[in-house]
Design a protein around this ligand. Structure first.
Ligand SMILES: [Zn+2]
Length: 182
């Protein structure tokens, strides 16, 4: 169509592009709403994201629309969550997809991840790769938070508890209790 180069064809392609963009925006809005609803449903105070500032360096082969989608999703959630009393925090993204999220393991190696599949080369833990990374992000936030609660002069006691919820399970950095779908 493009090679024929007529104005009508050009306009048709433009319309198609705009429709796709509108669809993508709508889809990301829907996902953002689902994330916020799930957080509210489970009484979460915080939604943790990887810090995506360096995503271009980390994902050199990622297509532009993947990067665009990640950023948009974060922006929508960051905008919508506070309306429901939930805050949004970012954690260091280093090795979240290569690290084994089992709390008694934590082995980190690039061979642990093969596309959508995660298999720990040390303990043999097998799970969906995005799910594994999400657990690492949650645990990383919980540890950071527990550390800052502990070093705060107001908190006094050293046993601050921070629970992490991932896809129906609970992680607190010490143990992981799957409720469903693990
Ligand atoms: Zn492991």
């Amino acid at each position: 169509m493009q090679q024929r180069g007529t104005q009508a064809v050009h306009n048709a392609l433009l319309r198609l592009g705009k429709r796709e963009e509108a669809w993508r925006k709508q889809y990301i809005h829907t996902v953002a709403n689902e994330i916020v609803s799930e957080a509210v449903e489970h009484d979460c105070d915080v939604i943790a994201f990887e810090d995506l500032s360096d995503i271009r360096e980390r994902l050199p082969h990622a297509k532009w629309h993947h990067m665009w989608a990640f950023r948009r999703l974060y922006e929508y959630v960051e905008y919508k969550a506070p309306e429901q009393g939930v805050s949004v925090e970012q954690v260091e993204p280093n090795h979240t997809s290569q690290r084994c999220s089992r709390t008694d393991c934590g082995f980190t190696h690039e061979d642990n991840r093969h596309g959508e599949h995660f298999e720990c080369q040390k303990c043999g833990y097998e799970v969906n790769a995005d799910y594994n990374a999400a657990k690492n992000i949650g645990v990383r936030y919980a540890r950071k938070q527990r550390h800052s609660l502990r070093s705060s002069p107001k908190s006094g006691s050293g046993d601050a508890q921070v629970d992490v919820r991932v896809n129906g399970g609970t992680v607190n950095g010490e143990s992981y209790q799957p409720i469903a779908g693990d």
